[in-house]
Ligand binder design. Structure first.
Ligand code: PMP
Length: 294
């Protein structure tokens, strides 16, 4: 991981409709979004200078804001154009784009009424989320004591900043236990997802993944499900008990930053990087790097 702080870099950031020098992209300490979690964000990958599925990400950006009772004051097309220009000005080849929207500082009551909405888009070079040979060798997971809340407790389908409190706690706990990432169960005790990626199991040659009703239905998850069906792999979206991990032949995660990320151990139980994972990883790599992929 790079040691250059994120507020002390060269370049530009798109902020509320205009480009500002990177270090000047600041918000006030009395921003509603900071105090009460009124913020949503996205993560978009750029391959060979081209963003992958950016319109889908911006549609989800809008949907996440609606879940939090606010509106992003720019259209999907407008945001896409801003992203293209950000990537161009930053000279990004293989990188990551972070759009974020948050409630401003007009008032500091818990009610969100009367707050303005700010939007920023930042982009940087970032080829791999896990360092070294993690992508080919696999990562290790630690099942967290923190769970994904039920849909009547939190806006679980939104990519809401506030929900990442759970992810940060779980991830810190996993790293303290010597693992790369955390595996979270949902409020019912079924398998849910990792801190920034969705979960897949391979058993008996078919693919099993939890129903996305308490967590983000990832764009990569949907892409990989479609690729699997195209490859003739049987897919089961269903409730999965943690005990079923023992019977799985392969385990992998999917996400914009993780891509198709093999898992080599969950709570010390080891897995091979198997054929189905390798096949889907290859298909995903080909799709994201193919000319004109959007
Ligand atoms: N779950 C969580 C909690 C995430 O942060 C992400 C990354 N956005 C995902 C799943 C995967 O979503 P996507 O494939 O759309 O990146």
């Amino acid at each position: 991981m790079t040691s250059v702080p994120f507020d002390d870099r060269d370049g530009v950031i798109w902020l509320d409709g205009a480009f500002v020098p990177w270090r000047d992209a600041r918000l006030h300490v009395l921003s509603h979004g900071l105090h009460y979690g009124g913020g949503v964000f996205e993560g978009i990958r750029v391959y060979d200078g081209r963003p992958f599925k950016s319109a889908e990400h911006f549609r989800r950006f809008h949907a996440s804001a609606r879940e939090l009772n606010f509106a992003v004051p720019h259209s999907v097309t407008g945001l896409d154009a801003a992203l293209e220009e950000t990537v161009r000005r930053q000279g990004i080849a293989d990188g990551y784009v972070r759009p974020v929207a948050w409630r401003g500082s007009e008032q500091i009551a818990v009610s969100g009424a009367g707050t303005s909405v700010h939007v920023a888009i930042a982009a940087w070079e970032w080829p791999h989320v896990f360092s070294g040979d993690a992508h080919s060798r696999g990562i290790t997971l630690h099942t967290s004591r923190w769970r994904r809340p039920s849909p009547d407790t939190a806006p679980v389908r939104a990519k809401a900043a506030s929900l990442y409190t759970i992810g940060t706690l779980a991830r810190d706990e996993a790293e303290a236990a010597g693992c790369d990432d955390a595996l979270l169960l949902d409020h019912r005790g079924h398998l849910a997802e990792a801190t920034g990626a969705n979960l897949f199991l391979v058993a008996g040659g078919s693919l099993h993944t939890p129903i996305a009703d308490t967590f983000l239905d990832g764009i990569t998850r949907q892409t990989v499900l479609a690729l699997a069906r195209d490859l003739g792999i049987t897919v089961h979206e269903r409730r999965i008990r943690p005990g079923e991990l023992r019977d799985a032949d392969e385990v992998f995660l999917t996400g914009t930053a993780y891509e198709v990320q093999p898992v080599r151990a969950v709570d010390g139980h080891a897995y091979e990087v198997g054929d189905v994972t390798a096949m889907l990883s290859k298909a995903y790599t080909e799709l994201t790097r193919s000319a004109g992929a959007r």
